[in-house]
Design a protein around this ligand. Structure first.
Ligand code: FMN
Length: 394
């Protein structure tokens, strides 16, 4: 049982994760592309917007529930899809989904999950979204989509920003490829984290890409599945592919990885149910804008026809409330869930979600909002110091 008495924010969870995970694994979660400027900018973008609170309001009764696709969310955030979570904690995908269900928020399961989509649905319940990495092999895409439908997933979340192989230099330096290279430094890093070594490596079979086990013919070893995954990266994804998925998937369709208002409008036109602005947490295209920076123009462009969600860099209730005030429907948390499960399993994720909920509650109270949809742009001061900046630029 982890003592949470000194765990007050996401950075505290990060500290716990750093102490539990071997350094290269921690770096794999933490790192971004190239010089990590986009990674850094995802955080600093929030500092360029400040609050103008309304204090002459009775906020004795506060409610942060919202709805998405006609269903309630206990808080205006969800868990973003992350691959290989079970490399951090046993059955982490199920554990995080269970904690999300208990907190009344949705969980997005990655294609690259180490627990199959069927098992997560069976063991976790709650609102589940299935994230699809679109493969070259359309038969596999169709099969994954059909399996997610059969397992009762509410939404299909198509990721559009990972069609190139990202240049994450921490991983290259650390020798993270298909496997962690057996260098003296890596062996020492692993030996220095015995709890992780026992939990993830020694006490159970090594996690592998469980969703693909039923999709490939031949060997289903960890290496075979990982090789298959890499060989299937599809650079050709375009609007026609998205339309094809729209035709096949009858549930809610969300498009993740949008940063451009024209793409968002195309998604609206072909009948997608939500867009998720994302730069993959600064992990893919270095130099990409923070989703928070493009939020105003996308919200204005989409004009309320479908909900706009976003992720990348959200660590505080203040960040979440700023995005909602600009017009986002909800935000997604990535690394915070990875840190929380790494240090402390399901309890850790529960504590992390409660911490974020508490922060949102405090901010909405300070701002004079009894309901979360009362957050609006009048409560924000946009940074006008930069040349050319105006009220809708961040
Ligand atoms: C360790 C890790 C694995 C990820 N794996 C996936 C994935 O499998 N599919 C996906 O669409 N996004 C993936 N992402 C991106 C997240 O869904 C999300 O966009 C990003 O983490 C949000 O930024 P944040 O970590 O700053 O909250 C991953 C992110 C991390 C940190």
């Amino acid at each position: 049982m982890v003592d949470f008495s000194q765990v007050h924010n996401i950075d505290d969870f990060k500290r716990l994760a750093r102490g539990y995970l071997p350094r290269p694994i921690f770096d794999w979660i933490e790192g971004g592309a190239e010089d990590e400027i986009s990674l850094h900018n995802n955080r600093t973008a929030f500092d360029r917007v400040r609050f103008k609170p309304k204090t002459l309001v009775d906020v004795n009764l506060r409610d942060q529930t919202t709805e998405l696709f006609g269903k309630p969310m206990a808080s205006p955030f969800a868990i973003a899809p992350m691959g290989n979570l079970s490399l951090f904690w046993p059955e982490a995908e199920t554990v995080i989904a269970q904690a999300a269900a208990a907190a009344g928020i949705p969980f997005a399961l990655s294609t690259a999950s180490a627990v199959s989509l069927e098992t997560v649905a069976e063991k976790a319940g709650g609102r589940l979204w299935f994230q699809l990495y679109v493969f070259k092999d359309k038969k596999v895409n169709d099969s994954l989509v059909d399996r997610a439908a059969a397992a009762g997933y509410e939404a299909l979340m198509v990721t559009t920003d990972t069609h190139m192989f990202p240049k994450r230099e921490r991983d290259r330096r650390n020798g993270i490829g298909l496997n962690l290279k057996k260098t003296p430094a890596n062996i020492a890093a692993v030996m220095a984290r015995p709890r992780w070594l026992w939990n993830v490596v020694l006490s159970r079979p090594m996690p592998k890409l469980a969703n693909l086990e039923r999709e490939v013919s031949g060997s289903t070893t960890y290496e075979a599945l990982a090789n298959y995954f890499l060989s299937q990266r599809y650079n050709g994804f375009d609007l026609d592919d998205l339309k094809r998925l729209r035709d096949r998937w009858k549930g809610k369709l969300m498009v993740k990885g949008i940063l451009n208002v024209e793409d968002a409008l195309r998604a609206v036109e072909i009948g997608c149910d939500a867009v998720i602005l994302s730069n993959h947490g600064g992990r893919n295209l270095e130099g990409s804008a923070a989703p928070f920076e493009v939020l105003p123009e996308v919200v204005d462009g989409v004009g309320g026809r479908i909900p706009v969600l976003l992720d990348s860099g959200f660590r505080r209730g203040t960040d979440i409330c700023k995005a909602l005030a600009i017009g986002a429907k909800a935000v997604m948390l990535g690394r915070p869930a990875a840190y929380a499960v790494s240090g402390a399993g399901k309890d850790g994720v529960g504590h992390m979600l409660a911490t974020m909920k508490d922060e949102v509650d405090r901010v909405q109270g300070y701002l004079g909002c009894t309901k979360i949809d009362q957050l609006n742009r009048d409560l924000l001061l946009f940074d006008r110091q930069r040349p050319g900046a105006n009220a809708t630029m961040i």
